[in-house]
Design a protein around this ligand. Structure first.
Ligand code: CDP
Length: 229
């Protein structure tokens, strides 16, 4: 099978990264979580207390942000590094989740991230998940998957992940955060979250991880069979 690009887009917390990671492992592809890059930028701006309404300050701060995605053999996954430090833990904080969609809607920030994501795709054999991967970053991706699930189901899943670190956060609050992020992500002018016309839709409200993987793998195989040699 010739190496492809697999683009997975969809709403907040609907299992994109779980599926992306599993596909990458099975196909022996690299996996890049583009959301982690926007989270790392957000974390850097919050840490520097940059005013998110001050575009000049943001542009200035971007000059000091160096992102890298490296494979961590202990966690057996790729993690984002910010200025020479792994920041996987920090970027999953509630504070970052509350600010990230606002940051990701800024055109200068998107241009900064998209350029780096496209460079990562020069070598095919890649799964990338996000919001604009099949529409903007890799419109020529061989496989495009658009994932969705019922909002309450997504909130419950994310709340279970967060429970240990943030016992003070309720399911309702998680649901509010997801609703807000989806709204900002779908309504921004640059790279809005939307299904690419040629994307294959997976609604995983009633699918478990194994079923979702099977549906996606069947689709990937069908696409691969129809590609010119
Ligand atoms: O929480 P979840 O895993 O669903 O989100 P994420 O993939 O970590 O992405 C965090 C945020 O980054 C999203 O809510 C979007 O605002 C933004 N994002 C984006 O704008 N474009 C992408 N390609 C990926 C993420």
């Amino acid at each position: 099978m010739r190496p492809m690009i697999i683009a997975i887009d969809g709403y907040s917390s609907c299992g994109k990264s779980t599926l992306a990671r599993q596909l990458a492992e099975i196909l022996n592809y690299r996996y890049i979580d583009s959301g982690a890059m926007y989270r790392a930028i957000t974390y850097a701006l919050l840490r520097k207390q940059v005013d998110l309404d001050d575009i000049e300050a943001i542009q200035q701060a971007l000059q000091d942000i160096c992102l890298d995605v490296k494979y961590d053999p202990i966690q057996q996954r790729s993690v984002v590094w910010l200025n020479g430090q792994p920041v996987e833990e920090e970027i999953r904080s509630w504070e970052v989740s509350e600010a990230v969609s606002r940051v990701a809607a800024i055109p200068e920030i998107r241009a900064f991230a998209v350029t780096q994501q496209q460079a990562m795709g020069r070598q095919r054999g890649l799964v990338m998940d996000g919001r604009d991967i099949g529409t903007v970053v890799f419109p020529d991706a061989e496989v495009k998957i658009f994932m969705t699930a019922d909002l309450h189901t997504r909130a419950l899943r994310r709340w279970k992940e967060l429970r240990e670190k943030h016992p003070e956060i309720s399911v309702e609050e998680v649901e509010r955060n997801l609703r807000e992020r989806d709204l900002i992500d779908t309504q921004r002018t640059v790279g809005p979250l939307k299904k690419a016309d040629d994307a294959f839709v997976i609604d995983n409200t009633y699918l478990d991880e194994a079923q979702q993987l099977q549906v996606a793998l069947d689709h990937v195989k069908a696409v691969a069979q129809n590609l010119p040699a």
